[in-house]
Design a protein around this ligand. Structure first.
Ligand SMILES: C[S@@+](CC[C@H](N)C(=O)[O-])C[C@H]1O[C@@H](n2cnc3c(N)ncnc32)[C@H](O)[C@@H]1O
Length: 229
């Protein structure tokens, strides 16, 4: 199948990752699948404008079926990291649950007992992670402002679940060498982080509007790099 976007490092396919399986040729999986909680952004008032994407929610987000099918295709013998909702069942075969901690503008509205929903799970799955005495915390903190109104969603033009580049780079730095796969590419944060770190990556994204967003981000990086060199 012809890629939607390709350069020396990143290849992106537009379509269903359960049908387009080129990503299975990668060496490590780092992905952020639909959470499985039928997410929609609430109305936060005029200071927090919603866009079409946040009103529509995320494709295949009714449950964790698509996540689990993609992880099954990847298999349990190779390294994988998958984000997930801490209130839902984890995928099969989790080796470690780490935490992505968002900034203090996040999760205010969904608070329970006054405690914000400002964290997500990062599941480490499969083999090839190494062992021994741990060197770092299992909590991954971002220095980016994540909340949808003023943060990275606005800057990147409209994916409601964009992950911050600093967290993606911290994760990729822990991964074994080789090509990175993200079959639920969204706005392309994994692909952008991989390129920043000089790694090759293969992505798949179901929605064309997000493929367009990813291609723009990657093209912009190439322009910025060209301007510097
Ligand atoms: C949680 S978002 C990923 C966000 C991404 N980590 C980022 O930083 O922008 C999940 C993405 O998976 C996509 N998706 C859902 N089902 C898919 C499928 N079967 N194949 C490929 N992409 C899919 C959705 O359109 C959505 O953009």
């Amino acid at each position: 199948m012809k890629p939607y976007y390709a350069d020396d490092q990143v290849t992106l396919y537009h379509g269903d990752c359960l049908e387009i399986t080129d990503w299975l040729a990668a060496d490590v999986l780092v992905t952020d699948p639909p959470y499985g909680r039928a997410w929609r952004q609430g109305d936060l008032g005029p200071a927090h404008p919603r866009n079409a994407a946040s009103l529509d929610g995320i494709a295949n987000d009714a449950d964790t079926t698509v996540r689990d099918r993609a992880l099954h295709l990847w298999g349990s013998n190779r390294p994988a990291m998958s984000f997930g909702d801490l209130t839902l069942a984890p995928p099969a075969g989790v080796k470690l649950t780490a935490v992505y901690q968002k900034d203090n503008t996040c999760g205010l509205r969904g608070a329970i007992g006054g405690v914000r929903r400002d964290a997500e799970a990062i599941y480490f799955l499969g083999k090839g992670w190494g062992s021994g005495i741990g060197g770092r915390s299992s909590v991954f903190i971002t220095s980016a402002r994540v909340s949808s109104a003023a943060g990275i969603v606005a800057r990147h033009g409209g994916h409601p679940h964009t992950k911050p580049g600093d967290v993606m780079e911290q994760l990729l730095e822990l991964c074994p060498d080789g090509v990175v796969a993200d079959p639920f590419a969204g706005s392309g944060s994994t692909l952008v982080a991989a390129r920043n770190l000089g790694r090759k990556a293969i992505g798949v994204e179901l929605e064309e509007r997000y493929c367009e967003l990813i291609a723009k981000r990657l093209d912009q990086m190439a322009l910025d790099f060209g301007a510097m060199s």
